[in-house]
Design a protein. Structure first.
Length: 132
């Protein structure tokens, strides 16, 4: 069952990456019927048929045969999609290696310790440092 789900998901991703929808697969019978019409009526081969409906001759064929417009709209792969992915690459005049850190480096002065409480220990050798 897992393999079936994996195969179905991978096929879905493959078909969507090629911009093929499931309704396009369902409309394949319309493509076959319209091809049979063209081969009987005009004597077109399959490559000429594809060129007339999806290739270089599409505009001329649509202008010449306006009566077939409803059949042409039923053919698969007729949907229009636009993918706008603007890619922006900005290169600064400074080299990346020459750029400096944005974080300021602050040197602190010498640490000075002041006792804020009374001398508990007295003058023992284990006193906290008074100057660092």
């Amino acid at each position: 069952m897992n393999k079936l789900i994996i195969i179905a998901t991978s096929m879905l991703i493959l078909l969507q990456s090629m911009n093929i929808h499931f309704n396009d697969l369902a409309e394949m019978d319309e493509l076959v019927e319209h091809y049979k019409f063209h081969s009987e009526e005009y004597g077109d081969s399959f490559l000429v048929f594809l060129s007339k409906h999806y290739g270089d001759q599409k505009v001329a064929h649509n202008q010449k045969h306006q009566e077939e417009q409803k059949e042409h709209e039923k053919l698969p792969f007729q949907h229009q999609t636009q993918c706008a992915q603007p890619l922006v690459f900005v290169m600064d005049h400074n080299s990346f290696m020459e750029s400096r850190s944005e974080i300021p480096v602050v040197k602190k002065g010498d640490f000075h310790y002041q006792i804020s409480y009374s001398h508990i220990w007295g003058d023992n050798p284990f006193q906290p440092p008074k100057h660092a």
